[in-house]
Design a protein around this ligand. Structure first.
Ligand code: PEP
Length: 252
């Protein structure tokens, strides 16, 4: 049986004082369940203090993106080894905002996933279709292309460590959530895609749902057989909202 992972993507939000309060609230209210792992992903400047505050609490810390390069003349970039060095365990790779706003292609995402794994990080690999793609019936082929590029680069064995997040772009930050059935259909397809390479790995890979997940809709989504947690944006910025999702996972 797979454990649940509930990851908070804070995006470009936060402040030293606000983060300290948020992290303290999350640590204090985290479900006492061996089956639920929480991860919080603050912006780069706050990673080290948040990692220090969360150390020993069982709440893991992740970054929101990473360079595909190990070191060198890449002004403004952050290397995977640096993230490990300051206590990060996870990194979100290929979020749709990175793909859309910063031109990250599936090939770049695959390189970043490889670099993250090489440095000992657990990548959370985001895939998902736009509304236009869904309406034109290409959801499955979009996800296949995005995930296929990563599998081709790192091999299926990497998904013993890597996590997949299915995030329909039309549901991110819009308040429109995929129904549990809509999400399950794509999650099942993703698992089948992985199983086409190696069924044991596919059975163990955590596949998260992301897109306007909140306390009110989490239980329905998390009850689906192939949904193993959530990647949470807006609802990760308040401890009570994030913990409501974590509690739904703990009861799932
Ligand atoms: C996200 O950005 O990964 C996300 C799922 O955002 P939201 O929960 O706000 O839709």
């Amino acid at each position: 049986m797979r454990d649940f992972l509930v990851a908070g993507n804070w995006k470009m939000n936060g402040s030293s004082a606000g983060n300290a309060e948020l992290v303290a609230g999350i640590i204090a209210g985290a479900p006492r369940s061996d089956r639920v792992r929480l991860v919080i992903c603050p912006p780069f400047p706050y990673l080290a203090p948040v990692a220090a505050q969360a150390a020993g609490s069982g709440v893991a810390v992740g970054a929101q993106t990473v360079s595909q390069h190990e070191s060198g003349a890449f002004t403004g970039e952050v290397a995977p080894g640096m993230l490990r060095d300051i206590g990060c365990e996870y990194v979100i790779v290929g979020h749709s905002e990175r793909r859309e706003l910063y031109g990250e292609t599936s090939a770049t995402v695959a390189e970043k996933v490889k670099a993250a794994l090489d440095a000992g990080l657990k990548p959370i690999v985001c895939v998902g279709e736009t509304l236009e793609q869904r309406e034109s019936g290409s959801t499955e082929s979009v996800v296949e292309e995005q995930l296929g590029a990563v599998i081709d680069k790192v091999g299926i064995a990497a998904f013993a460590t890597a996590v997949v997040a299915y995030e329909p772009v039309w549901a991110i930050g819009t308040g429109k959530t995929a129904s549990p059935e809509q999400a399950q259909e794509v999650h099942r397809h993703i698992r089948a895609l992985l199983a086409g390479h190696e069924s044991d790995i596919a059975a163990a890979t955590q596949i998260l749902y992301g897109g306007s997940m909140k306390g009110e809709n989490a239980a329905g989504l998390l009850a689906m057989p192939d949904i193993d947690g959530g990647l949470i944006g807006g609802a990760s910025l308040k401890a009570a909202d994030f913990l409501a999702i974590a509690q739904a996972a703990a009861q799932g």
